[in-house]
Design a protein around this ligand. Sequence first.
Ligand code: HGY
Ligand code: MN
Ligand code: MN
Length: 421
Amino acid sequence: MTQPASASLGDTILAHADELARFSDMEGGLTCAYLTPAHRAAQDLLAQWMAAAGMQVRIDAIGNVIGRYAADPAAGDARVLMTGSHFDTVRNGGRYDGRLGILLPIAVIGALNQAGIRLPYHVDVVAFAEEEGLRFKTSFLASSVLAGRFDPALLERQDTDGVTLREALAVSGLPGAGDLQALRAAALDPASLLGFVEVHIEQGPVLLHHGLPLGVVTQIAGSSRFSVRVEGLASHAGTTPMGMRRDAAAGAAEMILLVEQRCAAAPTLVGTVGQLQVPDGSSNVIPAACTFSMDIRAGEDGIREAAIADIVAGIAQIAARRGLTAQVERVPPVNNAPCARWLMDQFGAVLKKRGLQAFELPSGAGHDAMMMQRVTDVAMLFVRCGNGGISHNPLETITADDAQLAAEVFVDFLRHFQPRG
Ligand code: HGY
Ligand code: MN
Ligand code: MN
């Protein structure tokens, strides 16, 4: 631990977030993509902090760092309450997204350990190696392995340099080196789990607007991601009449506006094109190809699926009208994930006991808890986001006081935790 023993948990958590953010794939900002040198350095430091907090630490076949704070030997229950979040980031992201949900439990377990307090169940703190989907354009790699839901086809996915996930794992130094059996063997036994709880920065303005430091999540919106490739015909920008063009970028522009329009048509539905390229484009050549990403989400799976059907059909129509082709590749979607009432109520009871409002809110952002929800009951504690609630941006921030409060609530939650009867 780099902080003096007298530092508050909140101060320690923020200092650790700063320290972890020094490992970055870019100059002057925080990018931590899966299996880069910065990612490896972050993984090592997290393992050190977990060990210093009194946990037995292991690193699994996909790169998750898992620290166990072992149960009081006198307690009969050897089951596990799991907590954690991810340490990879988006490009030029914030330092609390994901990381707060690792650093806060490490600080809390360190304090319990120092005070000699053991719990009647194991607590496993997981630092998930990949959630954002930055490098291989598919999210939840790490939690899908733990949940026994890893899709072997993903091993052939390439990053922008053409390196496959299989190749990246082979040279990663991780146990199993990308062997499918090792990835399968890393799955958790659902019967061993008491549940999964995740602390996360809200990444939005709701708590801030209500003047509340903390909130309990009701459900996590499902999401679908796509890669679209539009192809037309390269030809001379000066000589080709406007009516005779097969311009892939102009077609993509119309498709992007369709995403925006269709996703404005229902509550909770949102659609984003965050990546857009004209590969090998030149300013004086009509684009032969255009590629873009689509991210579509909603609080209800049916609303999301209906929008996707309309958008995919609309893309085909736009392509046909313009003499283009459009290929739409879908990565496995993640469905809407409800949080478990019994776990939410235990967070709510702690908040009320401290005189805080047990405020409940849905999550529009995706979280590791969504994947864990496929094998166990989940709950999430949101922490207020400053700066107007901005996230996926270096301006993302929280206060030490809010981190302190969240840590105290988490201690109370652990100490009063009752397994489902
Ligand atoms: O994209 C998301 O919702 C999350 O931050 N991974
Ligand atoms: Mn994120
Ligand atoms: Mn996150």
